[in-house]
Write a protein that binds this ligand. Structure first.
Ligand SMILES: Cc1cc2nc3c(=O)[nH]c(=O)nc-3n(C[C@H](O)[C@H](O)[C@H](O)COP(=O)(O)OP(=O)(O)OC[C@H]3O[C@@H](n4cnc5c(N)ncnc54)[C@H](O)[C@@H]3O)c2cc1C
Length: 469
C-alpha cells in the first residue's frame, strides 16, 4: 500500500494553474483530490497535490510547461479503470485528467480513419462509428467507462483481440505533449508510413510515462455484416482449455474466444441469473464474424470442433438479446467476483495459446497450495488469463499468502513462455516483478528512452520502469 502525506501546491502555482484551465477545473480541496487518489487497483492510494481538467491541447501544454518549471510530477488519467495502479499519483504531484477532452473530431469514411480527443469513452466511440457502418475492434471489458487515451496508453486488449488484435493495431498517429510542454505529431492519417522511427507504436502502451496524448488518429474497419455466437459448457476445465487451441488449429479464427472457470461462473450466475446448468467447471464463449458466407463456413467448423470437444452441452446463441445477455455477463465477471470478498486481486498473465491447459493446471495448484479462492476468466484465444484472487486485504496472514501466490503465478506464466502482463500494463503493481521478464540491459535501455523523453522524470513517476534488484 502506497502511503502519501498531504501534498499541496504553493498558492502562486495554484493560481497560475487555475488561470490556465479555469478555477473550477483546478481541484485542490481534499475531498475532490481523494477521488483521484486511487484507481481500480486494490491496495494503492496516494493524494495528488491538485487535479487539473484541461479542455484543449494548448491548456495541457501550458500546464505541463508550468509543472516542468516547478519540477512537479504529472500523473495522466483517463477514467481510472486501469488495474495496475497506473494512475495513483505516488509522488504527490498533479493529476491531469482528460475527461473533458471528449470530442470525436472527425470520422473519414473514405479513408476509414477517425481523429478523436483522448477523453472519448470507448463505448461512445464504438456507437458513433458503428452508426456509420464502421468498426473499431478494441473492446476492453471496461468500455462503458474507459477512455480511448487510457486504452492507447495501456495498449488495451479486449474480447475481440484474437482476430482483430489490440489497441496498438488501430493507432495510426498521435498528437502528444512532451514533458517540457512542446507538442509533437507522430504518425499520419495514411495507412502506410515508414518515415522515421515508429514513435506512435513506442508511445502506445507507454503508460503515461513518455508523453501525454491530446489527439489520436485511429484506424477503422468496415463493420462485420454477420456474426454467430456459441456457448459451450464443460464439466472438466482441462477439456475446455484444450478446446481453445483445437479451434484455432482447425482453421477458425474467432473474433472472440473467452473462458470462465467454475468460481467465476458461480459468481456470474449469482449476479446475472443466466440459468446456467449446475456443476459446470468451465464455459467457453465463441463468436465468429465477417461476411455471411464466411461466418456460415466458420460456424460449421466451430460446431464440428465443439461436437468432438467433450463439452457437456453447447449451443448457438438463439438471438441477439441472448447474445447480449451472455456478453454482458462476461463483461461483468470481475464485478461479479468482487461481490464475494472484500478485495479482488486480478492478474493478467499471458501464455502462448497452446499452454492454456498447463496455465490452468498451475493456477489450480497455486490456489490449493496457498489455500486461496482464485476465479479465472479471460481472453483464452489470446492466451490471456485473469486469475482473480478473492481475498481480504485487512487480513495480514492472508495477504502474505496472496503475495506469494501472485509471485508464483508470474513465475508459472514465464516458465511456460508467457509474459507478466498481456494488457493491463506494469504500472505500480508489477513494477517489482519487471526484472523477472526483462533482463537488466533491456530495463536500462527502456530507462534511457524515458530519459530522452522526460529528463526530469516528471511523467507518471514511479511507474512501469521496474526496480533493478
Ligand atoms: C471491469 C474492468 C474490465 C477491464 N477489462 C479490460 C480488458 O478487457 N482489456 C484491457 O486491456 N483492460 C481492461 N481493463 C483495464 C482498463 O480498463 C484498461 O487499461 C483501460 O484501457 C484504461 O482506460 P482508462 O481511461 O480508465 O485509463 P486510466 O486508468 O485512467 O489510465 C491508464 C493509463 O493510461 C495513462 N493515460 C491515461 N490517459 C492518458 C493520456 N491522454 N495520455 C497519456 N497517458 C494517459 C495513465 O497515466 C495510466 O498509466 C478493465 C478494467 C476493469 C475495471
Amino acid at each position: 500500500m502506497a502511503v502519501q502525506r498531504e501534498p499541496s501546491l504553493s498558492p502562486g502555482l495554484r493560481q497560475q494553474l487555475a488561470k490556465i484551465v479555469g478555477a473550477e477545473y483546478c481541484l485542490t480541496d481534499p475531498v475532490a483530490r481523494e477521488s483521484y487518489a486511487y484507481d481500480s487497483t486494490p491496495g494503492y492510494r496516494a493524494f495528488p497535490a491538485a487535479v487539473l481538467l484541461p479542455a484543449s491541447t494548448e491548456e495541457v501544454a501550458e500546464v505541463v510547461r508550468l509543472c516542468a518549471e516547478a519540477g512537479l510530477g504529472i500523473t495522466p488519467r483517463g477514467a481510472g479503470t486501469n488495474l495496475s495502479g497506473g494512475t495513483v499519483p505516488v509522488d504527490g504531484g498533479v493529476v491531469i485528467c482528460f475527461t473533458r477532452m471528449q470530442k470525436i473530431l472527425s470520422v473519414d469514411l473514405a479513408n476509414q480513419t477517425a481523429v478523436v480527443e483522448p477523453g472519448v469513452v470507448t463505448a461512445h466511440f464504438h456507437q458513433a462509428v458503428e452508426a456509420q457502418g464502421l468498426f473499431f475492434p478494441p473492446d476492453p471489458g471496461s468500455q462503458s467507462v474507459s477512455t480511448l487515451g487510457g486504452n492507447v496508453a495501456e495498449n488495451a486488449g479486449g474480447l475481440r483481440g484474437l482476430k482483430y488484435g489490440v489497441t496498438r493495431d488501430y493507432v495510426l498517429g498521435l498528437e502528444a505533449v512532451l514533458a517540457d510542454g512542446s507538442v509533437i505529431q507522430t504518425g499520419s492519417q495514411t495507412l502506410k508510413n515508414v518515415t522515421g522511427y515508429n514513435l506512435t507504436q513506442l508511445l502506445c502502451g507507454s503508460e503515461g510515462t513518455l508523453a501525454l496524448f491530446t489527439k489520436l488518429i485511429l484506424r477503422l474497419l468496415p463493420r462485420p455484416a454477420a456474426r454467430r455466437s456459441f456457448l459451450a459448457y464443460f464439466t472438466d476445465i482441462e477439456r475446455a482449455a484444450v478446446t481453445v487451441p483445437t479451434l484455432v488449429e482447425a482453421g477458425v479464427l474467432p473474433a472472440t474466444l473467452e473462458i470462465m472457470d467454475r468460481i467465476t461462473l458461480q459468481a456470474v450466475e449469482e449476479f446475472a441469473h443466466l440459468g446456467l446448468p449446475p456443476g459446470l467447471a468451465a464455459m467457453l464463449l465463441i463468436e465468429v464474424d465477417g461476411q455471411p458466407a464466411q461466418v456460415e463456413a466458420e460456424a460449421a467448423m466451430v460446431e464440428a470442433v465443439l461436437s468432438r470437444s467433450g463439452a457437456s452441452e453447447w449451443q448457438a446463441a438463439r438471438d441477439e438479446s441472448t447474445r447480449e445477455r451472455i456478453w454482458s455477463a462476461r463483461r461483468a465477471a470481475l464485478a461479479a467476483l468482487s461481490r464475494r470478498r472484500p478485495a479482488t486481486i486480478l492478474e493478467d498473465v499471458t501464455v502462448p495459446r497452446g499452454q492454456i491447459p498447463a496455465m490452468f493446471a498451475a493456477i489450480e495448484s497455486i490456489a490449493s497450495r496457498y489455500q486461496l479462492e482464485i476465479g479465472t476468466f479471460g481472453h483464452a484465444g489470446d492466451g490471456n488469463l485473469h486469475p482473480t484472487i478473492l481475498c481480504d486485504l485487512r487480513d495480514q496472514e492472508q495477504i502474505s499468502r496472496v503475495e506469494a501466490a501472485v509471485a508464483e503465478l508470474f513465475d508459472a506464466a514465464l516458465a511456460l513462455g508467457g509474459v507478466l502482463s498481456g494488457e493491463h500494463g506494469i504500472g505500480l503493481a508489477k513494477n517489482r516483478f519487471l526484472h523477472r521478464q526483462l533482463d537488466r540491459t533491456v530495463i536500462t535501455l527502456q530507462r534511457e528512452i524515458k530519459r530522452v523523453f522526460d529528463p526530469q522524470g516528471l511523467l507518471n513517476p514511479g511507474k512501469a520502469l521496474g526496480v533493478i534488484p
